[in-house]
Design a protein around this ligand. Structure first.
Ligand SMILES: Nc1ncnc2c1ncn2[C@@H]1O[C@H](COP(=O)(O)OP(=O)(O)OP(=O)(O)O)[C@@H](O)[C@H]1O
Ligand SMILES: CC(C)(CO)[C@@H](O)C(=O)[O-]
Ligand code: BAL
Length: 282
């Protein structure tokens, strides 16, 4: 496994791989790897000849009051985990090389970024789609894998690829969870012991939503209300950022549930903002 830091070196490596007619699989991350990331790497490896992982805490997707500075980083540990996962190359770029002074170009996927995390983290998805397109242009992957935990991000990237006619297959990886149901996230590290216990409330509230839907409830507002009630009455540190239900394909709010739907939630447990969701086919 090699760690590449320079964009022009990556481009040379890519040229060689392409000239050997080998396919490239790619998993973009912000590092501090966990089993969720490893499952995406496994999926990408199964479908490609050469496996690329990028580790880059992308400053332009963080708002001014967010956790850019304290976002967990541990390259040494990431390198060991990546080796075990069969990664061939880690792209670990320097911030100034990605965004040199005078950097001016951004990508904006409209409509799909208006609600959910897009409404709560202004500018977040502009930063995500911009860095992902830059990474795609540098690495030129055949396939790229994104986690369903960030369901809106996955849909935004699919839409960008479709709208900009990129020849990249986007795959979604299932959400990997702790034994008690909490979705793995690098940000779980911020939780105190008490907050960690309480964080199961996200998954449990989604279990309740699923149960109500399978019992026949079709009204979005009823489900949203019950999920909010559940979170509020089962947590001391919890503060709801949003609970939303949209049609997963088009990202439009729906009042009556049918087809492929996304129930997405963001909840602060103490100061830590966690997200979780269910994608259901009704
Ligand atoms: N529990 C999980 N299961 C599957 N994929 C995941 C999981 N957590 C993150 N991913 C995916 O890993 C990729 C990189 O995400 P990222 O590096 O932001 O990790 P993260 O754990 O989501 O961090 P954070 O939640 O703190 O932003 C994304 O495509 C994301 O959806
Ligand atoms: C896709 C991504 C690596 C872009 O910075 C990030 O948003 C993430 O880790 O999900
Ligand atoms: N997992 C998406 C990256 C972020 O929260 O900024």
């Amino acid at each position: 496994m090699e760690i590449l830091k320079e964009i022009n070196v990556v481009k040379e490596v890519i040229k060689k791989i392409k000239s050997n007619n080998q396919s490239i699989g790619f998993v973009p991350t912000m590092g501090y790897l966990h089993e969720g990331h490893l499952s995406l790497l496994k999926k990408a490896k199964e479908k490609s000849d050469v496996l690329f992982l990028s580790i880059f805490v992308n400053p332009i997707q963080f708002g001014p009051n967010e956790d850019l500075d304290k976002y967990p980083r541990d390259l040494e540990r990431d390198v060991e985990l990546a080796k075990k996962a069969g990664v061939d190359y880690i792209f670990f770029p320097n911030e100034l090389k990605m965004y040199p002074p005078g950097y001016s170009t951004y990508v904006m996927v409209e409509k799909f970024t208006e609600g959910l995390c897009g409404a709560k983290r202004l500018g977040h998805f502009k930063g995500v789609s911009t860095i992902v397109l830059k990474l795609f242009n540098i690495i030129r992957p055949d396939i790229a894998v994104f986690g369903k935990k960030d369901a809106q991000q996955l849909r935004v990237i699919e839409k960008m690829v479709e709208d900009l006619n990129l020849d990249i297959e986007i795959l979604g990886g299932e959400i990997v969870r702790e034994k008690d149901g909490l979705a793995l996230s690098s940000r779980n590290k911020y939780l105190t012991l008490e907050e960690r216990k309480e964080a199961v409330v996200l998954n449990k509230s989604l279990e309740l939503a699923e149960l109500l839907i399978y019992k026949g409830e079709k009204n979005s507002n009823v489900i949203i209300e019950k999920v909010e009630e559940f979170i509020n009455s089962n947590s001391n540190f919890g503060k709801i950022d949003y609970v939303e239900i949209v049609d997963y394909k088009n990202f439009e709010k729906i009042s009556e549930l049918s087809g492929e739907i996304l129930i997405a939630i963001a909840v602060y447990i103490g100061n830590t903002r966690l997200i979780d969701n269910r994608i259901l086919n009704l």
